[in-house]
Write a protein that binds this ligand. Structure first.
Ligand code: PLP
Ligand code: COI
Length: 339
């Protein structure tokens, strides 16, 4: 596909050739089917529409210098989708079916996998929703699973260039015993008010605090948060954030690079002690944070004052992206080649 300006792709939707679908009915999953339609025919009383009985995933396929396409830790996405399905009482998608759907979706859209070195990748979006009709609040009897792919560039403009974040104290995306740990659509709907406020103020995203006390960092919109100090990678432990596969990987990478790691509650005031901070996730990769503004407390925390990402963030980024692209040895066994 030489019609795309691969190096300047936004993180957005681009139509590809085919997507994969599967239906759960009468207590069992049917066969995977490929479709060239971008639309679904949905029952007007589907629980996914009315009661947010829905979950999704996000992972990427990367073209290597060797011409091989790699998926990064897809089993973790499969497990998390099962976990999210349990969180909103949906029929889980078996791991093998999930794998087959991903591989088929990538293979049917090979020409949309961005070339090696473009900085872009093929984003894979598995989606599961209650498609059976109910009017009372209860789980549906029928489910639909879809996997579509779309080529994407960096989520935050500028890629590895530092971005600014706004601390949000007047909106919660998730409650401690709510659905924050599941990747369900409702969490993202709940985040929109805060996100729009942040965007209107010129920020890349919002930083949510713990909903109960507003004392600790939760996460950065659609990405986890990390801070670096004393050669230590520190990331929040919270019962209302999504457990990021990227973050989990960065913890292992940081350890392998000789850094210490801590996963614990991170008080807001600790922002003044970090020498680097960043957002991490499949879409965000590592987005270094230049400035965090806490308007209610009249505080501004600044990092990357030279406009460049910090040294530790850069080392982590290079190693992670190197493994994903196949430039670095896959020492943790994280990638699967799409044959
Ligand atoms: N937090 C939220 C709310 C997300 O939507 C995502 C993206 O999936 C992440 C964190 C990062 O998770 P992962 O690294 O598994 O993509
Ligand atoms: C991802 O990083 O894959 C995400 O799902 C973030 C997103 C909601 C765009």
């Amino acid at each position: 596909m030489d019609t795309f300006d691969w190096k300047n792709l936004p993180f957005g939707y681009i139509k590809t050739d085919q997507n994969i679908r599967c239906h759960f009915k009468d207590g069992k999953w049917g066969k995977l089917e490929a479709s060239s339609s971008e639309y679904i025919n949905i029952h007007i009383a589907a629980t996914g529409l009315h009661y947010g009985q829905e979950a999704f995933e996000g992972l990427k396929a990367y073209m290597g210098k060797d011409g091989k396409i790699r998926l990064f830790r897809w089993e973790e996405n499969a497990k998390r989708m099962i976990f999210s399905a349990g969180g909103v009482k949906m029929a889980p998608v078996p791991v093998e079916m999930f794998r087959e759907a991903l591989f088929q979706a990538v293979k049917l859209n090979i020409k949309f996998v961005p070339p090696y070195g473009s900085g872009a990748s093929l984003y894979i979006r598995p989606l599961l929703y209650g498609s059976g009709p109910e009017v009372g609040v209860k789980p549906a009897d029928e489910y639909t699973f879809i996997v579509f792919v779309t080529p994407v560039g960096p989520y935050f403009k500028g890629g590895i260039k530092p971005v600014n974040m706004l601390i949000c104290r007047d909106v919660d995306r998730a409650a401690p015993l709510g659905t924050g740990i599941f990747k369900v659509g409702g969490n993202y709907a709940a985040s929109l008010r805060a996100l729009i406020t942040a965007k209107e103020g010129g920020y890349a995203s919002t930083i949510f605090l713990d909903a109960k006390e507003k004392k600790f960092i939760d996460e950065c919109g659609p990405a986890n948060f990390f801070g670096i100090k004393d050669n230590t990678y520190i990331t929040p432990k919270s019962e209302s954030i999504l457990n990021s596969i990227t973050n989990m990987s960065l913890i292992r990478i940081a350890e392998s690079l000789g850094m210490k790691t801590e996963r614990r509650r991170v008080p807001v005031e600790e922002l003044s002690e970090f020498i680097e901070t960043g957002a991490c996730g499949t879409a965000a990769v590592i987005s270094p944070i230049g400035k965090i503004v806490d308007p209610d407390k009249n505080m501004i925390y600044e990092y990357c004052k030279d406009g460049m990402p910090g040294k530790a963030s850069m080392k982590l980024y290079n190693k992670l992206v190197g493994i994903q692209n196949g430039d670095e040895p896959d020492e943790f066994g994280w990638t699967t080649i799409v044959e």
